[in-house]
Structure formats: C-alpha cells, structure tokens
Design a protein. Sequence first.
Length: 132
Amino acid sequence: MPELTRRRALGAAAALAAGAQALAAPAASANPNGPATSRRSMAGHHHGAPEAFDEVFRGRRIEGRPVTGGGHHHGAGYAVFVDGAELHVMSNADGSWISVVSHYAPVPTPRDAARAAVVELQGAPLVPFAAN
C-alpha cells in the first residue's frame, strides 16, 4: 500500500468536499431563503438578462442593472455596484455568475455575486479594479 502523504491526504479531502458540495446543491436550491429566491426574482427578465436590483445587504448598498453598448462588460452586459463602486462580474457558459471578489465560487445571479462579494469583503471597501 502506498504511503500516505500530505498531498494524497489533501487530494482526498478536496474530493470529499467536492462530493459533499455536489450533494448539498439540490438541497440549497430548495431552501426558500437561499439561491432559489434569487432565481425566482429573475421572473420577467428580458432575453435572458437578469432584472435590475437595488437593495441593502448586510449594511451595504448593492445594485445591478443591464448595460448597453460596448465597453469592458462581459457576457450579458450587466453592471453590479457595491456602495457605488463597480464590482466586475461575468456570466459563465453554464449561466452562473462570478465576480472579481469571489472568482472561484459561481452563483446563479449577479445579485448573488454582489451578496457573495459583500460577505467576502467583511466590511472592507470595494477597491476599483482596472479591467484592462
């Protein structure tokens, strides 16, 4: 039997975590206070673009709206702001969204990306990010 190394232990732990996350995903979407709420809020969206939103989440103002024209916006042309500072978001091919703050944690909507960024920032201000 091969010797247990730190690399193998970490690999096994990562595989277990990924499996647990995959099993928890259907349960999370059934939660009325979880991501399913944001999916329902997209009802009435036009041509696949999420609706605009403007709310206070954990004491921070988050806003999102479709944008028109060129520029540096990716995907569906959508802009998200945290306390007035732009949070760069991008839609993935599978319909999920990521932000520059939580790049490795895809979420179902731009609103969820803004909320995840607020949680990750832990009260720190969003610093402007030069995309180009």
